[in-house]
Design a protein around this ligand. Structure first.
Ligand SMILES: [Zn+2]
Length: 235
């Protein structure tokens, strides 16, 4: 199966990466699409230029994806100013086709960050449209819409988790991969006094205790045309 994370920013794959590593163990191919360039993620260095910041985020994400054995597509829209445009929809449809997406992870529709919410609705529309020949892009249309699962949001938002994956065996690899986002580790330490590994460990342990394992990730299916399958897609 071709498994694709489609997130607004580099590091938003935080709540599905363990499951993707589990997918890789069953022989799946991994793809990571980020819609923005991540250039505003520099709490620790507000004066940094967009170009320089975007280059750092691209380099860090590329290193993570390389280590995970996947492929990375960066759509490089303006971080924190993500808008749904006709041009961007076609680029995302093309990315879904290029990756031959069969299982997609993306953001929940309620979230603290509007880029995440916009990414959710872009995926909802583009995943439905990726099989339609009337919307022409470079690659062939998909044979069917991919399954889409939503990751839990950060912050005080109720999330209706329906599907859990046990990532106890993948947790250490997931945490060490996420530390490739060195600039975000620094930003998080400066802003919150806690790092990426501690945050993911807390969340995965909380979800794990809900279902009787050490570490888990949780999801709910996207309520969209074609996104819910009658066959098993999660590992
Ligand atoms: Zn984000």
């Amino acid at each position: 199966m071709n498994v694709v994370s489609i997130m607004a920013h580099q590091d938003d794959e935080m709540f599905c990466l363990g499951t993707m590593l589990k997918c890789r163990k069953r022989g799946d191919s991994l793809f990571f699409i980020t819609i923005t360039d991540g250039s505003k993620g520099f709490v620790q260095n507000p004066g940094i230029s967009r170009k320089k910041a975007a280059a750092i985020r691209h380099r860090e994400m590329s290193a993570l994806v390389r280590a995970a054995g996947g492929r990375y597509i960066n759509l490089r829209e303006h971080d924190e100013f993500l808008y749904d445009t006709p041009e961007l929809r076609l680029r995302l449809i093309e990315a879904l086709r290029e990756t031959r997406a069969q299982l997609v992870f993306t953001h929940y529709h309620n979230d603290y960050n509007l880029d995440h919410v916009t990414a959710h609705y872009l995926v909802k529309q583009c995943a439905m449209h990726a099989p339609l020949p009337v919307l022409r892009t470079k690659s062939e249309p998909l044979p069917e819409a991919p399954a889409v699962f939503l990751i839990e949001p950060h912050g005080p938002i109720l999330f209706p988790a329906t599907h859990y994956t046990d990532i106890s065996a993948e947790f250490e690899e997931k945490a060490s991969l996420l530390l490739r986002h060195a600039s975000q580790e620094k930003a998080m330490q400066d802003a919150l006094g806690t790092g990426i590994k501690a945050l993911t460990a807390r969340t995965a342990a909380f979800r794990g205790q809900q279902v009787g394992c050490a570490y888990a990730e949780c999801f709910c299916p996207m309520e969209a045309r074609g996104a819910i399958k009658t066959y098993q897609v999660l590992p």
